[in-house]
Design a protein around this ligand. Structure first.
Ligand SMILES: Nc1ncnc2c1ncn2[C@@H]1O[C@H](COP(=O)(O)OP(=O)(O)OP(=O)(O)O)[C@@H](O)[C@H]1O
Length: 258
């Protein structure tokens, strides 16, 4: 059997007096869409930030494709093979859609700075390959016609798709999507669901934070539910939906239901 794509265990993170994550662990197998859900403030974003090197955890072990990695810096995590999108879109607003995706691809280039300065043959060839691949990815996520538009001029839904294209450009082992459906209308959500399914069919592995429970239940193979930084359930959507603690966390007093 092949190694899990991601194996994380014992992750804890404290902010002052607040235990944002307590001993959280997840295992994601190749080709799975894995969901991370929970009420507001449950610790989902904190977990993503730890996983991708934005926050230093107090404890935890991390393995990607069977190899240990230390999420100490964002670029190291990208190199190791995790690409992510953000809840609050983080594109280069004044750059074109195409350039945004090319930036993602540069994580994997070989020529480096010397090649760029002297514009060596291999550098030019690589640039052409990067441009072609970026165009392909824009078409793949459905925003190819906006390749030369500045990112900020794209609709909200299209910017989210562009972020996914940029993440895919790094050829990640794992793609982590932070609330990809936020701010999308019903039609956009249907196309997003098709896109995520397509990405999975093309052999990628996906970790997903999402508030839209219907979308999560329809897409995910397995999921983890966090509440106040603790993992209260793990399993298939059908198992999780029946779990008493989950029902309580979503419907109980003191929480806004999502
Ligand atoms: N940088 C930080 N400094 C201090 N506290 C933080 C920080 N980041 C998150 N927290 C706190 O940690 C807890 C978990 O927050 P987090 O954003 O991870 O939750 P979430 O599940 O992603 O919530 P939401 O669904 O609202 O996005 C919250 O109480 C939050 O206020």
């Amino acid at each position: 059997m092949s190694n899990p794509v991601l194996e994380v265990s014992g992750v804890s993170k404290r902010f002052g007096g607040l235990q944002a994550l307590s001993d959280v662990g997840i295992t994601i197998q190749p080709g799975q869409v894995y969901g991370l859900i929970g009420p507001n403030g449950a610790g989902k974003t904190t977990f993503f930030n730890v996983l991708t090197g934005l926050y230093t955890p107090d404890s935890g072990t991390f393995k990607l494709g069977g190899a240990t990695y230390q999420p100490t810096a964002v670029h190291e995590v990208a190199k190791a093979g995790i690409a992510r999108t953000f809840q609050n879109i983080r594109l280069f607003a004044e750059m074109t859609a195409l350039e945004n995706v090319m930036v993602g691809r540069h994580v994997r280039t070989k020529s480096g700075l010397g090649g760029a300065v002297f514009r060596t043959g291999s550098f030019k060839r690589e640039e052409r390959e990067i441009t072609d691949r970026a165009r392909e990815l824009l078409d793949y996520v459905g925003v190819g016609r906006y390749a030369d538009y500045k990112a900020r001029t794209l609709s909200y839904g299209d910017q989210r798709r562009l972020e996914i294209a940029r993440a895919l450009a790094t050829d990640p082992k794992l793609i982590a999507l932070d609330e990809p459906a936020a701010g999308m209308n019903a039609t956009e959500k249907v196309t997003l669901r098709e896109l995520i399914n397509q990405i999975r069919e093309d052999g990628r592995t996906i970790l997903l934070i999402e508030h839209d429970v219907k979308l999560v239940m329809g897409l995910c193979d397995r999921l983890t539910v966090l509440d106040y930084g603790k993992q209260i359930a793990e399993g298939t959507p059908a198992e999780v939906q029946k779990n008493e603690k989950v029902i309580e966390a979503y419907l109980g007093a003191g929480h806004a239901a999502h």
